[in-house]
Design a protein around this ligand. Structure first.
Ligand code: NAP
Length: 304
């Protein structure tokens, strides 16, 4: 590919690290078929995947004032980051890289955390509120546990045996190993249940919600039942269903940078691959068993 040229309000970033996430894999595989209406009916609309990025500013457009050549940045954009260079608008979800973080770590922050923030904001979390995060060891889940704890909620995390200690170290007050115990049958109730991996339906979790409790889903669910139930419960019943929709903003990226620099947030990295091994990396992400994030290093030596 030719090296892109930044427009007036854009930065050209030399990428040192990026990630392979579930959205990259969803866009590439274009399954189920209906997804093709968004990803391209006959061929992929997006030729270069990759949403998260960390790297150095190589050039700036004439109207850019916040960044200068040589600045170290991190952020998230609508694809194109599986490459050596990418252009991103100054006003987009990009900020100076948190102090003390490597490019690899910084690349693995924004997607999961911005999705988790979008979900948690609908839940009115705070002191005295309780949340159960199902799928607490994924990219969204590890972010949600840390952010819910930061917002002051009482956090219960659900994950596999192998991730119990990790999730506890991220700040969960209680951890349920789903191989040992079914949270829907233990009689405990929560103000909020966040299904961070799209594996539980709102109906399944209903009994685990307190009166006026909220179920938040990150996935559409079978035949899109999560958004349909969100619509229905807006008017009917005291327990609500909400659909978390990713929003990527500079404000959130700056908020995350602040949390990281205050030692209140960390990026969880499962594996790191060089860009040339993107196929292997994507295969691993598609197992739906990654812990946190999978990083791609574009410039191995600089990424660390
Ligand atoms: N709403 C939006 O805008 C939006 C945008 C992007 C992605 N998404 C969705 O968000 C979800 C989370 O994405 P992600 O990147 O965080 O996922 P991920 O990192 O791939 O999730 C992997 C984790 O899921 C857990 N898991 C797998 N099967 C499970 C099961 N049956 N029960 C409980 N946990 C299970 C695994 O934990 P254990 O090893 O502990 O089992 C693993 O650590 C995905 O479903 C994705 O489609 C939503």
């Amino acid at each position: 590919m030719e090296q892109p040229v930044p427009e007036e309000d854009q930065l050209l970033v030399r990428i040192h690290a990026t990630t392979v996430n579930r959205t990259d894999c969803g866009f590439r595989s274009a399954k189920p078929f209906i997804v093709r209406y968004f990803t391209g009916l006959l061929r992929p609309k997006r030729r270069i995947l990759g949403m998260e990025l960390a790297g150095e500013v190589e050039a700036v457009g004439a109207a850019v004032s916040e960044f200068a050549v040589g600045d170290q940045v991190f952020g998230v954009k609508g694809f194109g980051a599986h490459a050596e260079f990418v252009c991103i608008r100054e006003s987009a979800a990009v900020a100076h890289k948190p102090t003390g973080m490597t490019f690899e770590q910084a690349a693995a922050v924004c997607d999961g955390a911005c999705i988790a923030l979008s979900c948690l904001r609908t839940a009115d979390l705070g002191q005295g509120r309780s949340i159960l995060v199902h799928g607490a060891s994924g990219s969204v889940g590890t972010a949600a546990v840390q952010l819910a704890r930061h917002f002051g909620a009482e956090v219960t995390a659900v994950c596999n045996t192998k991730n119990v200690e990790l999730v506890r170290s991220l700040g969960a007050h209680e951890v349920i190993d789903y191989l040992q115990e079914d949270f829907a049958k233990n009689g405990k109730t929560y103000d909020v249940i966040l299904d961070a991996v799209g594996k539980r339906s709102p109906l399944w979790c209903r009994g685990s919600l307190k009166p006026r409790g909220i179920f938040i889903g990150t996935d559409l669910g079978f035949l899109g039942h999560v958004p349909l139930m969100a619509l229905a419960t807006k008017w009917i019943g005291e327990k609500k269903v909400k659909m978390g929709v990713a929003r990527y903003t500079k404000k959130d990226v700056l908020f995350l940078k602040e949390l990281i620099e205050a030692d209140e947030y960390q990026a969880v990295i499962d594996r790191s691959y060089p860009l040339e091994d993107v196929v292997e990396a994507a295969r691993y992400v598609e197992t739906e068993q990654k812990t946190g994030n999978v990083v791609l290093t574009v410039n191995g030596a600089r990424a660390r």
